[in-house]
Design a protein around this ligand. Structure first.
Ligand code: 48F
Length: 263
């Protein structure tokens, strides 16, 4: 090596590349793959990782957090109910009483706190990575097909790679993209009234909050849904900037997945 070789540059680049591929290699086969780092996915990731499971979260955007950052109409505060506020306190996120059972939360603190909490519990978040398909074998969903989101955005013809999972949670929010793949592409009949996706109904906060949690369940062997994805599959109402249902959904799906994984 010449005296003028860029030692610092090489050390920095080498450290990043080695560490990233170590992380990726360790997570090519996981207990739980979670698609979407929105509020329900992050709470599920936190709980499963805290319970000792190997968890990878795939988020197509550069910044994880999903619909948490912008509050209501970019007013960066959201609301939660009493029981869900407790979940946030467990992440170190502050809430302020707002009358009745409601509390407000700074949405930036909430997004940052959920991401940090999931990561510190041991979940690994692969951002800018899009799940473009699922793996189905012998009557079970058992993995995700992933690629860089910029590859999809630029419509580059590049083949993906595969991460296998014992449990796959669709936390993609309103479009329930992963269950849509299961139903429309793989032809699977999921656990819904029609075996398919009923589609989200319009705004009704109270009902939407309740059904988001009720609709959170295992849909097919190896396949689960949380948050708005669960509601979209079962035809629940939307609820806007009140987030209790999302956190409780994430917590509920983590418990269901953990029970299945422990079998
Ligand atoms: O929509 P999102 O925040 O998920 P959620 O947990 O929460 C819904 C609320 O934010 C809000 C609401 C509350 O009242 O109604 O909408 O159901 O986050 C979903 C995340 O999934 C990512 C997307 O970028 C977002 O961050 N995502 C969607 N499809 C893919 C994906 C995909 N194919 N691969 C990777 N990430």
């Amino acid at each position: 090596m010449s005296d003028k070789a860029p030692v610092m540059e090489e050390a920095v680049s080498g450290a990043i590349v080695r560490r990233y591929f170590e992380k990726l290699q360790e997570h090519l086969a996981v207990d739980a793959a979670i698609v979407g780092a929105g509020p329900s996915g992050l709470v599920a990731a936190h709980d499963l990782a805290a319970a000792g499971y190997k968890v990878a979260v795939f988020e197509s955007k550069l910044a994880p957090g999903g619909g948490t950052w912008g509050g209501g109409m970019l007013f960066n505060e959201v609301t939660v109910q009493d029981d869900a506020a407790e979940i946030l306190h467990g992440f170190g996120i502050e809430t302020r009483p707002a009358g009745g059972p409601y509390h407000t939360v700074d949405s930036v603190e909430m997004a940052a706190g959920l991401i940090f909490g999931a990561r510190k519990a041991g979940a690994v978040i692969f951002n800018a990575v899009r799940v473009e398909d699922i793996v189905v074998r012998e009557g079970a969903v058992c993995g995700v097909v992933v690629n860089w989101n910029p590859v999809a955005r630029l419509e580059m013809h590049v083949d993906p790679i595969v991460v296998t999972s014992r449990a796959l949670i669709d936390g993609t929010g309103h479009p329930s993209e992963i269950v849509a793949k299961a139903v429309r592409k793989a032809g699977l009949a999921v656990d819904s009234p029609t075996g398919g996706i009923l589609g989200e109904k319009p705004m009704w906060m109270e009902d939407g909050e309740r059904t988001t949690v009720e609709n959170t369940k295992r849909l097919y062997p190896g396949l689960y849904a949380s948050g708005m994805a669960a509601n979209n599959v079962q035809g629940g109402f939307r609820m806007g900037p009140i987030f209790g249902g999302m956190f409780k959904s994430g917590r509920k799906i983590a418990a269901i997945v953990a029970a299945d994984l422990a079998r």
